[in-house]
Design a protein around this ligand. Structure first.
Ligand SMILES: Cc1ncc(COP(=O)(O)O)c(C=O)c1O
Length: 462
């Protein structure tokens, strides 16, 4: 983490001088608590670029990478023997707990029967049925990640509609699908400047407007060249941004009126309930994408479409010359992933599991509000089912632009490190917390207690 001397001692309701002193102590404490992780990090740095399997793993704000020994349910155990209560849950990949028992059993069985053959097993039809029943869309395909599911969905829709443009909301994230990395900068579309190695002009085929801005959406759709709107029903990747009442109803009417299609990326908002946010709120999307937890943490993703879109997609394929479609990968739909999805959809993502998660998340959100008020901080709490977040603003942001304005990565990392040293893990990006079916009341109490302690050391003193 890059810590610079602050211009102003007060920041987001905190005493920044106290905060920096706290940070120095926490970094020291982390180093003392985690000698085995330090040794592994040093070893890994010899041959792993950036010292970690993926460079993002350095984004936790820890002085060196924490190394995990094992994870089960709502607990992660690090190599130095600490049991950490996990509210990050692999940033949603483990939203139903680490190694859910039905998935572990399905994987163990499948492990003795082959992993990949480029052919379907009996799990394929069963998973298709479970998906159609749960999400109300009749036709499905698979991918190895939500990124790829989004990429393929957009390809199918462009092929099916003959339109080239994609519309996204400012500040969105849908994985590393290239097309979405266009932001509004001073009201103008601009390619995200942090992208590495991107040589195409993404602004050519991507239109971007602010979330909750119906006039801007209408103006963009009026051009008549937008193939689809790709959106999370609630923005979750720039801090959370909730749709305003009536937004999706009106947006959907506009999208239909202008002949575009709506793709809901429910990869994070599946936290809402068993059928995702769209189903729970009566949004009738033409297509849906879900990755991360759909295989209980095993790499895989799904995308589904309406009968109308499916018919157009099939026709596009039939009309195309033989050869590569540009859609798919060799391991997609492999036997291990299909077994994992069947177990997850059939036995893990159950109404009972959600009932527990939602009740506990309510409790967490309520506890956070009380805690924030008790420290007199101008912060708010946003919740989407099992997903809860506190944001450094007195009221929830209404757009991606507003949400970006209240992010404070330095402060986030400081809080996350303080929590980690107190046995609690939350996501390294903004302040998101997920609860899983194995999370307990005591876990929530531990998180609130740890946060109380951290805030007590950094708030302004009277
Ligand atoms: C809404 C959404 N869609 C897609 C993705 C991409 O998921 P993956 O990185 O597993 O491909 C993410 C990742 O955070 C996401 O938040």
């Amino acid at each position: 983490m890059n810590v610079h001397t602050p211009q102003r001692p007060s920041r987001n309701g905190l005493d920044w001088t106290r905060a920096l002193a706290f940070l120095a102590r926490e970094r020291q404490s982390f180093a003392e608590r985690n000698p085995a992780s330090a040794a592994l990090a040093a070893q890994a740095s010899k041959h792993l670029l950036f010292g970690v399997p993926l460079h993002w793993m350095n984004d936790w704000g820890t002085p060196f990478a924490l190394h995990v020994s094992h994870a089960r349910g709502a607990e992660v155990n690090d190599v130095d023997g600490h049991a950490l209560v996990d509210f990050c849950l692999g940033d949603t990949g483990a939203m139903f707990g680490h190694s859910p028992a039905p998935v572990a059993a399905a994987l163990a069985l499948q492990a003795t029967r082959g992993y990949t053959t480029m052919l379907a097993t009996a799990d394929a039809a069963a998973v298709g049925h479970l998906l159609a029943e749960r999400f109300g869309l009749p036709f499905w395909q698979f991918a190895m990640s939500a990124t790829d599911a989004n990429r393929y969905m957009v390809r199918w829709i462009r092929a099916a509609t003959g339109r080239k443009k994609l519309l996204v909301f400012n500040g969105c994230y849908h994985g590393t699908i290239e097309d979405v990395f266009v932001d509004l900068v001073n009201g103008q579309p601009a390619q995200r400047d942090s992208l590495l190695g991107q040589v195409h002009d993404l602004t050519e085929h991507t239109v971007v407007v602010e979330f909750n801005d119906l006039p801007a959406l209408e103006a963009a759709l009026q051009q008549g060249d937008v193939a689809c709107v790709l959106a999370e029903p609630v923005m979750t990747n720039i801090g959370m941004v909730l749709p305003e009442p009536g937004f999706w109803e009106a947006a959907q009417a506009l999208i239909r009126h202008h002949g575009a299609l709506l793709v809901m990326d429910e990869t994070h908002t599946i936290s809402t309930g068993p059928g995702g946010y769209a189903r729970a709120h009566g949004i009738e999307a033409d297509a849906l994408v879900l990755g991360k937890p759909v295989g209980g943490g095993v790499p895989c993703a799904v995308y589904g479409m309406s009968a109308g879109l499916a018919a157009r997609a099939v026709k596009a394929k039939q009309d195309a010359p033989p050869g590569h479609s540009g859609i798919g990968t060799t391991l997609t739909g492999n036997m291990l992933a299909m077994a994992a999805m069947r177990a997850t959809l059939g036995e893990v993502m159950t109404p009972d599991a959600y009932a527990h998660m939602l009740a506990l998340a309510e409790r967490l959100a309520g506890g956070l509000r009380t805690l924030i008020a008790s420290h007199g901080l101008p912060w708010c709490v946003t919740q989407v089912g099992a997903r809860t977040e506190f944001q450094f603003s007195p009221t929830p942001p209404r757009s991606g632009g507003e949400a970006e304005g209240v992010l404070d990565p330095e402060l986030e990392h400081l809080i996350h490190l303080g929590l980690l040293n107190r046995g609690v893990m939350i996501t390294p990006f903004h302040n998101m917390m997920l609860v899983c079916p194995q999370t307990t009341n005591d876990d929530v109490a531990q998180l609130l207690g740890a946060l109380d302690e951290v805030l007590g050391q950094i708030v302004r003193q009277p």
